[in-house]
Design a protein around this ligand. Structure first.
Ligand code: G4P
Length: 285
């Protein structure tokens, strides 16, 4: 991620989003299926008020399918339309247009009652950096689509991608900031590789991950590294270092190297499909 969020930048992004949102009927929000809340923008509900909403649980190929299902139900219960997709391969994306139409049914009806026929549904992709917005737009729009160019009444410079005769997509996604003031959110985003880890301590991140794995995916560390299960994350990293011969000159385990290895193994799915957060059981949580 090469975007550094600071108040000025956020204000500009918010203003652009507020302008763009006036032009559209439906907000298609991408979140990372491995961390659907941490990868959500905190202000999106406010910004997208009154618009149809579709949440795409992207990178579902990397997430634990059991939890992705639970997240799908969680967001549906909150009134969102939801789909699980993999923007990289296009899996699950065939359903998007149908769901967009379904979500905008009321608008289509309203138009019809007013005698407006064939006004296309306008959609916009939004999400935090690295969640897969560009990949989605390229994959969804494909090569066959046509750009519609500027239209009267549409902010100068806006390009619309005509997906079919019913749906047009704004070609530039709305980039929003994560809930970065929450340390746990920053850690999950960093573990998943969505924010640069050089701004965070990799060993600290790996300790968090080891702790989460021992609580939620018992047996994984033992089978991956042949080490004993433990809820002491420093010991886990030391054991990984020994098991993988990451030793310092004096023979001491190289904890930092083991930490990098663990994070890398997580990102490359060598620990399996792991979801980093689970839907809250109740609203109080
Ligand atoms: P952004 O516009 O929201 O910032 O995200 P972008 O599309 O650039 O995607 C960020 C990274 O996430 C890219 O990987 C992209 O390939 C990957 N990605 C997007 N959707 C999916 C998905 O559904 N599954 C998986 N596994 N990965 C996905 P990258 O390594 O940064 O680039 P590249 O290797 O694809 O060139």
């Amino acid at each position: 991620m090469n975007i550094q969020w600071y108040p000025g930048h956020m204000t500009k992004a918010r203003r652009m989003m507020q302008e763009d949102i006036k032009l559209i009927d439906i907000v298609i929000e991408l979140v990372d299926a491995r961390l659907p809340l941490a990868s959500k923008n905190p202000d999106i509900d406010d910004l997208a008020k009154g618009k149809a909403r579709l949440i795409l649980l992207n990178k579902s190929d990397m997430a634990d399918p059991k939890y992705t299902k639970l997240w799908e139900s969680y967001f549906k219960a909150k009134g969102f339309f939801v789909l699980q997709i993999n923007a990289r391969t296009g899996a699950g994306m065939k359903a998007v247009t149908g769901v967009v139409n379904e979500a905008c049914k009321e608008k289509i009806e309203r138009d019809r009652r007013r005698g407006i026929k064939n006004r296309p549904i306008r959609a916009m992709i939004v999400g935090i950096p690295n969640v897969g917005k560009s990949t989605f737009i390229n994959s969804y729009a494909g090569k066959a689509c046509t750009k519609t160019g500027n239209k009267p009444g549409v902010t100068k410079g806006k390009q619309w991608i005509k997906l079919n005769k019913n749906v047009e997509l704004l070609d530039t996604p709305g980039i929003l900031w994560p809930k970065f003031e929450d340390q746990a959110v920053g850690q999950k985003l960093a573990i998943s590789g969505s924010i640069k880890d050089d701004i965070l301590n990799i060993t600290e991140l790996a300790m968090k991950l080891a702790d989460y794995m021992s609580k939620n995916y018992p047996g994984t560390m033992a089978s991956r590294y042949g080490i004993e299960e433990s809820d002491d994350s420093v010991k886990v990293l030391a054991d990984i270092a020994i098991a993988k011969c990451c030793l310092m000159k004096g023979g001491e385990p190289n904890i930092d190297k083991a930490a990098s290895m663990l994070i890398d193994d997580f990102r490359s799915l060598r620990l399996g499909k792991v979801t980093l957060e689970q839907p809250p059981q109740s609203e109080e949580e």
